[in-house]
Write a protein that binds this ligand. Structure first.
Ligand code: NDP
Length: 307
């Protein structure tokens, strides 16, 4: 079993920022990247709100830059998935497929994934009109007709954000009542650019190689199918934090996100969490990088006290 001072699980902006900071503090961190690596930025085309890039930067390029920066200070990368952890023993136990490690500190940065509807047409138009991130892609639908699927706070937030660009935003919700909090509902109802299509689900998407142009919606009560013009479709059916591995080992909230105190401390001393895996609210690359920095600084303090 290989012994390490610190292992970082995840290679999105949180994990990579943590690696840069902890490597510069004099450690040789191992980043277990996860497969596919790089997190949600790898499926983001242009990032125009990450400070320092006045002309924007492509998601994969930003990740590549962060990775190079972390490597420059001595970070090692392992292109495998973590398959098991044991935080009840110390040093902590981590298994990455066929490799076993002992680590004195761990930073969890496994992220969260936006959920997409499980349908062939959604899969076919992903990145060509179907998105799950209004902040990332809303800009590309200026003056368009956009549909947001879902009735919770994510859908409400996406819809409200999209009104900045869209001509019209339709929320397609499978029931006759929203799940979003009252305050958000009121904001939706009073926005003239937003209409809600109740009791309805996405049945099909039509378009060509260049993008989508029609959506087919099914009313779940009447069975009626309606085809409508569409420029974009956003999934707002929730996010899932990647915490299945940690259930029963560290404290999670009722939605599965890691609960942190101070900068990035979890309920287990020596285990820290950064990025979307502990953040149900902001879900931005820069916010993830910020908590990655905090996790590294706290991990450094923890390791210094151990020596
Ligand atoms: P939620 O689980 O609250 O809502 C998901 C929505 O998507 C529901 O309306 C659900 O419908 C619908 N949905 C789920 N699966 C399907 C499907 N297969 N087909 C059609 N519709 C589907 O997730 P959110 O991401 O919205 O919120 C998660 C948590 O994060 C909540 O606690 C929320 O309050 C919080 N949050 C807070 C924000 C804020 O405070 N600003 C912003 C975003 C999230 P149904 O209602 O019928 O179940």
């Amino acid at each position: 079993m290989e012994k390490r001072d610190i292992i970082i699980i995840g290679s999105g902006p949180a994990g990579l920022t943590a690696a840069i900071y902890i490597a510069r503090a004099g450690y040789k961190p191992l980043v277990v990247e996860g497969v596919p690596s790089g997190g949600q930025l790898m499926i983001t085309t242009d990032i125009e709100n990450f400070p320092g890039f006045p002309d924007g930067i492509e998601g994969p390029r930003l990740i590549e830059n962060m990775k190079k920066q972390a490597q420059r200070f001595g970070t090692e990368f392992l292109m495998k998935d973590v398959t098991e952890v044991d935080f009840n023993v110390y040093p902590f136990f981590i298994q990455a497929e066929d490799l076993e490690y002992e680590a004195k500190a761990v930073i969890i940065a496994t992220g969260a994934r936006a959920r997409y509807l499980d349908s062939a047409s959604v899969e076919a138009f992903k990145g060509r009109g179907v998105s799950a991130c209004a902040t990332c892609d809303g800009f590309f639908f200026r003056d368009g007709i956009i549909y947001v699927i879902g009735g919770g706070d994510t859908a409400a937030e996406e819809a409200l954000f999209l009104t900045k660009f869209a001509k019209q935003v339709y929320i397609v919700h499978r029931r006759d009542q929203l799940r979003a909090e009252k305050y958000m509902q009121e904001k939706l109802f009073e926005n003239p650019k937003i209409s809600i299509i109740w009791d309805s689900v996405l049945e099909d998407i039509k378009g060509s190689n260049t993008g989508l142009n029609k959506i087919v919606i099914r009313n779940v009560k009447t069975g009626e199918l309606t085809e409508r013009d569409a420029d974009g479709i956003f999934m707002g059916i929730g996010h899932s934090p990647a915490t299945a591995l940690f259930k029963g080992q560290i404290e999670l909230d009722e939605n599965g996100y890691i609960i942190c105190r101070d900068g990035a401390k979890t309920s287990v001393d020596g285990v820290f969490a950064a990025g979307d895996v502990r953040d149900p609210l902001f879900r931005q690359a820069i916010a993830a990088a910020g908590t990655g920095c905090k996790a590294a600084i706290e991990a450094d303090r923890f390791l210094q006290n151990k020596q």
